[in-house]
Design a protein around this ligand. Structure first.
Ligand code: FAD
Ligand code: DHB
Length: 389
């Protein structure tokens, strides 16, 4: 079979790109290794910046997000005792949208059905061929048979462990990586959030985050050692630790409840350059990972596909190759700034095993400076709401 663009991976990056290209009249087929239910069962990001909201609106799929999502005008940093408010709206004129990645994915999946966007779920053994030519192809197995798709371009939107980045010859790419010596233990519970805005806390015991999915569903995280296990955290122990790390003001308002989900995710900074190899483009987690502290992972996936869709639409519809040529450098310029912000906030808010009492004093001094400086708060706010495309 022949198509214009094969998209590998139907997470948020692949689904958004598929819809954007289809909306412009470009033929696409998405190949997803897992089932639709499995993709929807992954609990991940919760904060959308304007870039992501804009993509959903451009697709005409923002209705449920605007109705059910929570518009947040700010968030708090905490140092174990006090709360420091970052007034996003007052400092930048913009806020963020709290609406789960699961819901974004669901809206995109539902629309795929009604708009005729072709997604092959449970596609096994996806393999990329002839990437250094102008007639690349993808083979995969589904329903017990091997299939082949010939295309002009392939978009690798298959996440950090996907096949796309691995298909680029070693000599054609370079990786930059930092693995952090801790992870986040996350818990989802059907209880009202403890605060109307998110709280990122740096406590002597380590980082904690109070987030939410709605007015009745809370999402909390704590920093744990890399070799820790969810079983080591019976729910009462976890709630006690959240009380302690988030500080007395938030703790007084925490409602405890049974965990719907409890899991540990490692933290990593990772960038693969360039984001193009011949007829293959990489987008989202396939090309880069940020530690979750700045809520940038999903939002970077959206900005990549915003750039890539414009480039491909210009290529197919106006015979203009400039965007395609510039894609990697344009996307990477924004990626590196988000990497920097996520790394900075991770360093500021976590307990590092080797940094000792001096390291903690430096963090507390920085938080104290942020509390007193509008300039410092503005820097954080500008990055948190998302840098312009
Ligand atoms: P993904 O969502 O990973 O989607 C890639 C898709 O490709 C998947 O559906 C996968 O099944 C499919 N795939 C993989 N390999 C193949 C293959 N060979 N063939 C076909 N399909 C394939 N970000 C935040 O901002 N806040 C958070 O709290 C947060 N928590 C996270 C927790 C975890 C455990 C993880 C892994 C990530 C988290 N992130 C978070 C990051 C955020 O979820 C990602 O940045 C976002 O999902 C990126 O979207 P994507 O479409 O690029 O990749
Ligand atoms: C959530 C995750 C984050 O990494 C973050 O910075 C904010 C919110 C969340 O899952 O709600």
């Amino acid at each position: 079979m022949k198509t214009d663009v094969v998209i590998v991976g139907a997470g948020p990056a692949g689904l958004m790109l598929g819809h954007l290209l289809m909306q412009a009249g470009i033929d696409v087929v998405l190949l997803e290794r897992k089932s639709a239910d499995y993709v929807l069962s992954r609990i991940r990001a919760g904060v959308l910046e304007q870039t992501t909201v804009d993509v959903m609106d451009q697709l005409g799929l923002g209705e449920r997000m605007h109705g059910e999502g929570l518009a947040h005008d700010g968030f708090y940093l905490a140092d174990g005792d006090r709360l420091i408010h970052i007034d996003l709206q007052g400092l930048t004129g913009h806020g963020v949208m709290v609406y789960g990645q699961t819901e974004v994915t669901r809206d995109l999946m539902d629309a795929a059905g009604s708009r005729g966007l072709e997604i092959v779920y449970e596609a096994e053994d996806v393999a990329l061929h002839d990437l250094d030519s102008e007639h690349p192809a993808v083979t995969y197995r589904a329903g017990g048979e091997t299939h082949r798709l010939d295309a002009r371009f392939i978009a690798g939107c298959d996440g950090f462990h996907g096949v796309s980045r691995q298909s680029v010859p070693d000599a054609a790419g370079k990786t930059f990586e930092r693995v952090y010596p801790f992870g986040w233990l996350g818990i989802l519970a059907d209880v009202p959030p403890c605060n109307d805005e998110l709280i990122y806390a740096n406590h002597e015991n380590g980082f904690a985050l109070a987030s939410m999915r709605s007015r009745t569903r809370s999402r909390y995280y704590i920093q744990v050692a890399l070799d820790d296990r969810p079983e080591n955290w019976p729910e009462e122990r976890l709630w006690d630790e959240l009380d302690l790390r988030l500080g007395p003001e938030a703790a007084a308002r925490i409602t405890r409840g049974p965990a719907l989900e409890k899991s540990i995710a490692p933290l990593r900074s990772f960038v693969f350059e360039p984001m193009r190899y011949g007829s293959l483009f990489l987008a989202g987690d396939a090309a880069h990972i940020v530690p979750p502290t700045g809520a940038k992972g999903l939002n970077l996936a959206s900005s990549d596909v915003a750039y890539l869709s414009r480039a491909l639409i210009a290529w197919f519809k106006q015979n203009d190759a400039a965007g395609v040529e510039a894609y990697s450098s344009t996307a990477l310029a924004r990626v590196w700034k988000s990497e920097r912000f996520s790394w900075t906030l991770t360093n500021l808010m976590h307990r590092f095993p080797d940094s000792g009492p001096f390291g903690r004093k430096m963090q507390l001094a920085e938080l104290d400076y942020i509390a007193s400086s509008r300039a410092a708060q503005t820097t954080i706010a500008e990055n948190y709401i998302g840098l312009p495309l």
